[in-house]
Design a protein around this ligand. Structure first.
Ligand code: H79
Length: 452
């Protein structure tokens, strides 16, 4: 297929093709896209609000244990760095990667049941092992493992079948090519490595159907910079112009990365390259100045660790989702499947519970923007199409009194009981809503304020 045919194919096969309409149909116009074009390109992603992150690779077979010793501080996918394992030794574990219980359709269906609208899986993490069939290396699932199934392809197809947007994580840091498996590794023959990276991105973006998003990671490597980031972004958009791309293709300031690592407060900057900011394991305490997505684990590690039992509660996860939506962000929530291909049961349970909650409350999350009321003591707010949604964490006795709401409220009701009106009065700058005695949901209940 010629490049033009391929582009046409992508245009016409991508779900929601109208979102993709760009004058000329060429990626070349991308840096000059108008705000309206950008809004169209970002529309599905802003609507989605909730996605599944999957960290899976040959490290998953170790479960966070190297030669009988637990990997304690670093996440499982950093085992190579944590235990100073040379590539020649580490790469041998690919022979143990045989996830016979892997079922792409089950994973995609689980994401869907959880109310997630997109999925992002590690196609290549820092260790350099590729979960897809790459012609450019033998260090991939087809050539180096007994499994020999392209799990990226199976997942892309499963997601298409379930109506979930598909995307991949791709680490520009690569310890298979680096001198040493350290965080700030240098890669010899860097120009040749860049050609490899571009080749792999081309393989991914032309061989697996339309992608929703791309998540790069590893921009702290000394050789990375914004010029390279822009070059790679343009390269990716040649194949799929409508992609939503994260900010780690830029060179984020070290100060910000350090602050994030140390869990200190910092201001999310507007990314110089890419579409959205990526606060890791944290939620900003204010409204960021750009599109953003919190990526987070349900326990401590991203990749599977057999001994990581530090699970966040379902209530905590739901309130985090609400908190993120109230500030106009997305929640990319991680699962770390085992080396056998099984998503740990505590993750499944939490996802099912979130999905149940979303069935009732999804209207107050999907497609909403940051709420008009920030810094609420008892909960959060979101808004959409003239409606304001109050997400009540701490159910008050009798009534909810809000100050500073400018909109006129025509009608108030619970999302959990849309037929029953709640008495509402507005006077002297305060809005008062009478509530039933018992909260519909002990974790978070949504009150709808209709403004139109
Ligand atoms: O894939 C998951 C993690 O493996 C990866 N990102 C998520 C999505 C990740 N792990 N750690 N980090 C990201 C943060 C790493 C920060 C460091 Fe540094 C890089 C520590 C040392 C080098 C940047 C530069 C922060 C301090 C100095």
């Amino acid at each position: 297929m010629s490049a033009m045919d391929r582009r046409e194919f992508l245009w016409t096969t991508a779900a929601g093709a109208s979102l993709l309409a760009r004058p000329g149909g060429s990626g070349a116009g991308w840096p000059d896209e108008s705000p309206a074009e950008r809004d169209r390109r970002m529309a599905w992603w802003r609507e989605a609000r909730f996605g599944m992150f999957i960290h899976w690779g040959i490290y998953s077979t170790l479960g966070g244990v190297w030669k009988g010793e637990q990997v304690k501080l670093q996440p499982a996918e950093w085992t190579m760095q944590a235990k100073h394992v040379p590539d020649a030794e580490y790469s041998q574990i690919a022979a143990n990667f045989n996830p016979v219980k892997f079922n792409a359709r089950e994973w995609a269906a689980l994401a869907k049941r959880a109310g997630m609208k997109y999925l992002v899986i590690t196609s290549k993490h820092h260790d350099g092992f590729c979960l897809f069939d790459s012609k450019l290396t033998n260090y991939d699932i087809m050539d180096a493992t007994p499994f020999q199934r392209d799990v990226i392809k199976e997942l892309a197809e499963a997601c298409a079948a379930e109506g979930i947007r598909f995307g991949v994580y791709y680490s520009q840091l690569d310890w298979h090519f680096a001198e040493k498996p350290v965080a700030r590794a240098t890669i010899p023959n860097f120009d040749r490595y860049l050609e490899y990276m571009k080749g792999q991105l081309e393989e991914l973006l032309t061989g697996y159907g339309p992608f929703g998003s791309l998540f790069f990671d590893g921009d702290w490597m000394p050789q990375w910079n914004n010029v390279l980031g822009r070059e790679i972004e343009a390269w990716c958009r040649r194949f799929q112009p409508h992609l939503v791309i994260n900010d780690r293709l830029s060179k984020r300031p070290t100060s910000i990365q350090l602050a994030a690592l140390l869990k200190l407060p910092y201001r999310v900057p507007v990314p110089p390259v890419g579409d959205y900011a990526t606060p890791e394991q944290s939620i900003p305490g204010y409204l960021p100045p750009c599109d953003w997505e919190s990526n987070m684990t349900m326990n401590t590690s991203w990749g599977y660790k057999s001994f990581d039992n530090n699970w966040k509660s379902t209530a905590d996860l739901i309130r985090k989702l609400v908190d993120i939506a109230s500030k106009g962000g997305n929640f990319l929530l991680n699962v770390g499947p085992t080396g056998e291909g099984v998503i740990p049961q505590p993750s499944v349970e939490r996802l099912e519970a979130i999905g149940k909650w979303m069935q009732v409350n999804g209207e107050a999350i999907y497609g909403t923007g940051a709420g008009p009321l920030q810094n609420l003591k008892w909960g959060r707010s979101t808004q959409k199409a003239g409606n304001i949604y109050l997400h009540v964490f701490d159910w008050p006795a009798g009534e909810l009194k809000i100050k500073g709401l400018k909109q006129n409220v025509r009608r108030a009701y619970l999302l959990a009981d849309a037929k029953a009106d709640l008495p509402v009065s507005q006077a002297g700058g305060a809005t008062t809503i009478k509530l039933p005695e018992i909260a519909p949901d002990p974790i978070s209940s949504a009150v709808v304020l209709e403004g139109r």
